[in-house]
Design a protein around this ligand. Structure first.
Ligand code: BGC
Length: 360
């Protein structure tokens, strides 16, 4: 999550939040730990989506491993990452995958079999470990630049992925597209959704699917996201990085973010804004009867440790208080909670996510 446009919308969102200051606060609740049987094919769709969302209660993003243009640009995906995540107490992993960079550009847009094998392996190891796993379509930049002409390729990629994993357990979930943005507006996304749901549902009629709105999956985009009312087996997702000055200080991919270096977390007003934002998402979720996953949140490693701890704890607690599952961004790269070279946890950060972790 990044970009200048976003800075503007954050300012607008903060203003909107401030106007809702008189809203009653929500009493904190603790997210229930998932029961394995809650996420299975033997239940009605709405209950399945809710049960599978509980299986995502404490998820860790496996960012920058398979979502890069070329493999090897980030940490190499290792089985130990999965087993360590399980041992620490995470309940699921969100595997961010840049499918488009590993597929042909001409019909039938074949995904390279050798690339599929990395995902096969992650699904197998996660499932053996009784972890749920989200298979996400990540960093699909061509969709943001030319969503309409890229549409056949996008649908063909999902056809292949869905067919390959049609027999996977219910704890394997698909997330349709990470952070649509740019020219891929809410309108184009709303128009594309029925088509992609149709191709996936052709081979996976009962699988729980995860969908966020456009505008980088921000919470405000949920308001105009058009989910089909008759598909109850969906989890809605949003990403949260507000204020960007805190979470993306010094981030190389956000223009002007060096000016934010040293930003602390958080003023009372900022903490209130976070709370109101989450209350608004809960109101939306209740009205729409959709379970919600906070699919990304975190602070870049250039912020000081105290700021990272305070912000991450505040946001994680808000997610749990509002009954959302969450997925921290991310395991072993620039926001990482694990030191990849030594396979050791940054305990001060892990504690913000899993205070009861047996590895602390
Ligand atoms: C992107 C990452 C980025 C993170 C935080 C994710 O959606 O895939 O590249 O580091 O957001 O900005």
């Amino acid at each position: 999550m990044h970009r200048l446009f976003f800075v503007f919308s954050v300012a607008v969102m903060m203003t909107c939040s401030a106007t809702s200051a008189e809203k009653p606060s929500t009493a904190p609740r603790t997210a229930a730990l998932p029961a394995a049987s809650d996420c299975s094919f033997g239940q009605p769709p709405q209950r399945r989506a809710e049960g599978c969302n509980r299986a995502l209660a404490r998820t860790i993003n496996f960012g920058n491993m398979l979502d890069t243009r070329r493999l090897g640009m980030g940490p190499k995906l290792r089985d130990e990452f999965i087993t360590l995540s399980k041992a620490a107490g995470f309940t699921a992993i969100r595997l961010t995958v840049r499918w488009d960079a590993h597929a042909e550009y001409k019909p039938p847009y074949t995904i390279r079999p050798a690339f599929f094998e990395y995902v096969d392996r992650a699904i197998k190891v996660a499932t053996d470990q009784k972890l749920a796993i989200i298979i996400d379509m990540h960093h699909y930049t061509s969709m943001n630049n030319r969503a309409k002409t890229e549409r056949p390729r996008f649908l063909a990629l999902w056809t292949q992925i869905a067919e390959r994993y049609r027999n996977a357990p219910a704890t394997v979930m698909f997330e349709l597209l990470n952070e649509p943005n740019g020219l891929h507006t809410q309108d184009t996304w709303n128009q594309l959704l029925p088509a992609v749901l149709k191709v996936i549902r052709a081979s996976n009629p009962h699988r729980t699917l995860i969908v966020g709105g456009a505008q980088w999956n921000t919470r405000v985009a949920l308001e105009t996201l058009q989910l089909p009312a008759d598909d109850r087996n969906l989890i809605a997702t949003f990403h949260y990085y507000d204020p960007m000055e805190t979470t993306h200080q010094g981030a190389e991919w956000v223009q002007g973010s060096d000016a934010w270096l040293g930003a602390k977390c958080c003023t009372q007003a900022e903490l209130q804004a976070i709370k109101y934002d989450f209350e608004e998402v809960e109101q939306w979720a209740k009205a729409e009867r959709r379970p919600v996953l906070l699919g990304e949140f975190g602070v870049y490693s250039k912020a000081d440790e105290k700021t990272r701890v305070t912000w991450t704890t505040a946001v994680r607690e808000q997610a749990e208080a509002h009954g959302f599952s969450w997925a921290y961004w991310e395991l072993a790269s620039t926001f990482g909670v694990l030191e990849p070279a030594t396979l050791t946890w940054r305990k001060w950060l892990l504690k913000t996510l899993l205070p009861q972790s047996p590895v602390l």
